[in-house]
Design a protein around this ligand. Structure first.
Ligand SMILES: Cc1cc2nc3c(=O)[nH]c(=O)nc-3n(C[C@H](O)[C@H](O)[C@H](O)COP(=O)(O)OP(=O)(O)OC[C@H]3O[C@@H](n4cnc5c(N)ncnc54)[C@H](O)[C@@H]3O)c2cc1C
Length: 426
């Protein structure tokens, strides 16, 4: 179970991003997890919790931990009930392996996280992640119906259940989803499933900046119509250049349904699109989405000379337009490159800022202030440790912060788990 890895890569990873140590323990069962936590808690040890390890650059200002607990060996399907549309899975299972298993049964977990070959279901749920399909299907917390969790003192609890209609009482699932491993270690997750779509297509509309208002009116029309896009992703010209070799704004519309309904929706888009817009139906949509989901650097592959920071920015739906326009204006400033895409239907944007470290920090801080001006927020999802120390990586603290800190102190009074990983240094 134990592995003491002192060779270069891991130490380099720990030095560059933090949130991991060269000494890693790999439990293979829930009981082993419980034993490790009980022992660490009793001896006042501080643990870093890691699964796929793609998000070491996300949150966390603590320079070091006593050791790391990895869920990498807690993998596999525990139970799959095709008729009930539910699956129970161990947390270290990658999203790719989970979806490939379900595909054999014409089912899926309606989540499309980035880096699916490395990201695990435990990491996606602990960060409450969601990709472009969030518009139709929601985020991780909308698909979890039950979990098994080991508390910092080693006690094992169950939240929710194994059936879609859950038991009465506080929805304890929600407490641990998005908690970034600060309240307990998830050892099992039960999810509700959806059937694989019969047919899907991806339509792109491209316009110049002076036609953005027409694109906005088109988006309001599509949201008022019977058309049901799975995602509505706006892409800034700088990112469009690398994806489509065209220096224009692109709106990416994904459709999933029976073939007749998808073709009807494509025709509707063609008839209602802004006059200046160029429409295209992608021939290889899977290839496009695979490239799209690998856009952001992650802590497993970001060892380049230039520094890259990734932000998650939340604004009102239409607030994504001024945000992406501002990002493109900053590209003209010339000392950073900003790639940006935004979910028009849910107001969540992903901003990748690359350049010299000091410029990356300067413009991340600027974009945080810009989004707060629009009543939104800016969180840093990926950045080397020494640069994270210079920023409020979780953005401005919200009113409920004292309640959050109270919950952490109640559940993990000794700060055994992921100390200082979360908002406000929780
Ligand atoms: C920069 C960046 C941006 C991304 N953006 C998106 C996006 O917009 N949408 C999307 O869907 N996906 C996105 N992803 C991909 C993916 O969803 C995440 O990487 C995922 O959250 C992390 O998976 P992981 O297994 O690598 O987790 P890790 O990086 O290992 O862990 C992530 C967090 O979860 C905790 N954790 C992990 N497993 C457990 C467990 N079993 N119990 C308790 N805590 C646990 C860790 O302590 C850590 O705090 C992004 C990834 C990166 C790097």
């Amino acid at each position: 179970m134990d592995e003491l890895l002192i060779e270069g890569p891991l130490t380099e990873l720990a030095n560059r991003f933090g949130n991991i140590t060269p000494h890693i323990r790999y439990p293979e069962t829930e009981d082993e997890v419980a034993m490790i936590l009980q022992e660490a808690n009793k001896n006042g040890k501080k643990l870093a919790i890691v699964s796929g390890g793609t998000k070491l650059g996300y949150g966390g200002i603590k320079p070091n931990y006593d050791f790391t607990l990895s869920l990498k060996k807690l993998t596999g399907i525990v139970e799959h009930t095709a008729g009930d549309m539910t699956v129970t899975v161990k947390p270290g299972t990658t999203m790719q392996n989970l979806q490939q298993f379900l595909k054999q049964h014409n089912q899926m977990v309606p989540l499309d996280p980035a880096h699916s070959s490395a990201s695990t279901i435990g990491g996606v749920v602990s960060a409450n992640e969601s990709g472009p399909k969030r518009l139709k299907y929601g985020a991780a917390r909308d698909h979890v119906i039950g979990m098994r969790i080991v508390y910092p003192d080693g006690k094992i609890i169950r939240t929710g259940g194994k059936v879609v209609k859950n038991v009465a009482g506080y929805d304890m699932n929600k407490l641990f989803i998005g908690a970034m491993g600060t309240l307990g270690v998830i050892t099992e997750i039960t999810l509700k499933l959806r059937p694989l779509p019969k047919h899907s297509s991806t339509v792109t509309l491209s316009v110049q900046e002076d036609a953005l208002n027409d694109l906005k009116s088109f988006i309001i029309r599509i949201q008022d119509s019977t058309i049901e896009p799975v995602s509505l992703e706006l892409i800034n010209p700088t990112l469009s250049k690398s994806l489509f070799h065209k220096d224009e704004y692109h709106l990416i519309i994904a459709l999933e349904d029976v073939k007749k309904a998808v073709l009807f929706q494509e025709d509707w888009i063609d008839e209602n699109k802004p006059t200046e817009a160029m429409m295209n139906v992608l021939e290889q949509p899977e290839d496009f989405w695979t490239r799209f989901n690998e856009l952001t650097p992650n802590s497993q592959n970001d060892f380049h000379d230039t520094t890259s920071g990734v932000m998650k920015v939340g604004t009102a739906n239409m607030g994504v337009f001024p945000l992406l326009q501002e990002c493109d204006r900053l590209n003209l400033e010339g000392n950073v490159q900003i790639l940006a895409h935004a979910g028009v239907g849910h107001g969540l944007s992903t901003i990748i800022v690359s350049g010299q470290p000091e410029n990356v920090v300067q413009w991340i801080r600027y974009i945080q202030a810009f989004s707060e001006e629009y009543g939104g927020y800016g969180i840093v999802k990926h950045l080397p440790f020494e640069l994270r120390e210079q920023l409020e990586v979780w953005g401005q603290q919200k009113g409920s912060f004292s309640l959050m800190r109270g919950i952490k102190q109640k559940i993990d009074p000794k700060n055994t788990l992921n100390e200082q990983r979360f908002i406000g240094g929780i």
